[in-house]
Design a protein around this ligand. Structure first.
Ligand SMILES: Nc1ncnc2c1ncn2[C@@H]1O[C@H](COP(=O)(O)OP(=O)(O)OP(=O)(O)O)[C@@H](O)[C@H]1O
Ligand SMILES: [Mg+2]
Length: 255
C-alpha cells in the first residue's frame, strides 16, 4: 500500500476554495532579544492554500519568526493574525488551527508514541481518535514502535512523530521548520507525500528549508528572509526552477 493511499484524513470537509482571505497576516513585526533586534519590521502575508517556502541564510530569523507564528514566542512589536485570530492574545484559538514541526519536537518523553498522539488528539477534539491515531502512526512508519516511550526514540523517529502530531487534527495552517532535517530517505519521501497531500487539500503551509531543490518541488511561493526582513518573494509560476538559486543569492545580497 502506498503512503498516499493510507493518508486518509478524518471527517472530510468540503474542499476550501482559494479566496483572497489572508490566512497569515503579519505587519511590522519586530522581535528583540535584549539589545539585539532579530526581526526588523517584517511584513508577511499568506493566502489560504498557498505553500510558502521561507528561505534565508543561517541566523536570518526564520526560526524566530516561525516560533512567533506558532505562539511559542511573543512579538516585541507589530501585529500577527492567523486564521482571523490575533497573536499573542488569542493564542489558544490559533493553536487549534495550527500544526507545527519545529526543532523542539513538543513531545512527552515519558509517554509512548501512541499516548502522545492520543493526548494531543483529545486536546484538539479529534473524532474517532483511536482509528485516527492508528492511521497517523502507520503514515509516519511508527506502528511497530507505538508502545515505546518517546524518550527512547532516535532523533529521526521523534521527528516522524512530530510530523504525525502536526497533521493529526488536519489543521488549516501548518508551519514546518526544516522538517526534513534528521529524516532518512524513506521518512523524507513520506514527508514529501504528506506535504503534497496537505497542499492538495487547500491547507496553508509555511516551510523553512535550506534545500532549494526540495523547496522548488513543493512550494507555490518562495520568500527570502535576510537580516530579519523579507527581501524578495516570487510565485512558482513566475520563475524557472533552475533560476531559483540566482534569485535567492540576489535576494540575500540586496538587504
Ligand atoms: N533566545 C534567543 N536569545 C538571543 N538571541 C537569539 C535567541 N533566539 C534566536 N536568537 C538570535 O536570533 C538570530 C536569528 O536566529 P534564528 O534561529 O531565527 O535563525 P534562522 O534563520 O532560523 O537560522 P538557521 O538557518 O540557522 O536555522 C540569531 O542571531 C540568533 O542568535
Ligand atoms: Mg532556524
Amino acid at each position: 500500500m502506498s503512503q498516499s493511499e493510507i493518508f486518509v484524513l478524518p471527517s472530510p470537509r468540503a474542499p476550501q476554495l482559494r479566496s483572497s482571505l489572508a490566512m497569515i497576516k503579519v505587519r511590522k513585526l519586530v522581535k528583540r532579544f535584549g539589545l539585539k533586534t532579530v526581526l526588523r519590521g517584517m511584513d508577511f502575508s499568506v493566502e489560504r492554500g498557498e505553500f510558502v517556502a521561507l528561505l534565508g541564510p543561517n541566523g536570518a530569523g526564520k526560526t524566530t519568526f516561525l516560533r512567533i507564528l506558532a505562539s511559542l514566542s511573543r512579538p516585541s512589536m507589530g501585529g500577527v493574525n492567523i486564521a482571523g485570530y490575533r497573536l499573542p492574545d488569542q493564542a489558544a484559538a490559533v493553536r487549534r488551527r495550527l500544526g507545527v514541526v519545529s526543532h523542539l519536537p513538543l513531545l512527552y518523553g515519558d509517554l509512548t508514541s501512541e499516548e502522545n498522539l492520543r493526548f494531543y488528539g483529545r486536546m484538539y477534539g479529534v473524532q474517532d481518535l483511536p482509528a485516527r491515531v492508528a492511521e497517523v502512526l502507520e503514515l509516519v512508519g511508527l506502528t511497530p514502535r507505538r508502545r515505546d516511550l518517546v524518550r527512547t526514540f532516535s532523533r529521526g523517529m521523534q521527528q516522524r512523530l512530530a510530523i504525525g502530531r502536526a497533521v493529526l487534527h488536519d489543521p488549516d495552517v501548518m508551519l514546518f521548520d526544516e522538517p526534513h532535517t534528521g529524516l532518512d530517505q524513506d521518512a523524507s519521501a513520506m514527508l514529501d507525500t504528506v506535504l503534497r497531500e496537505v497542499a492538495a487539500r487547500g491547507r496553508t503551509v509555511v516551510m523553512t528549508s535550506h534545500d532549494l531543490a526540495r523547496a522548488a518541488d513543493l512550494a507555490s511561493r518562495f520568500d527570502v528572509i535576510s537580516r530579519g526582513v523579507i527581501t524578495a518573494s516570487v510565485h512558482s509560476d513566475e520563475i524557472e526552477t533552475n533560476n531559483l538559486l540566482a534569485f535567492y543569492r540576489q535576494a540575500i545580497q540586496s538587504s
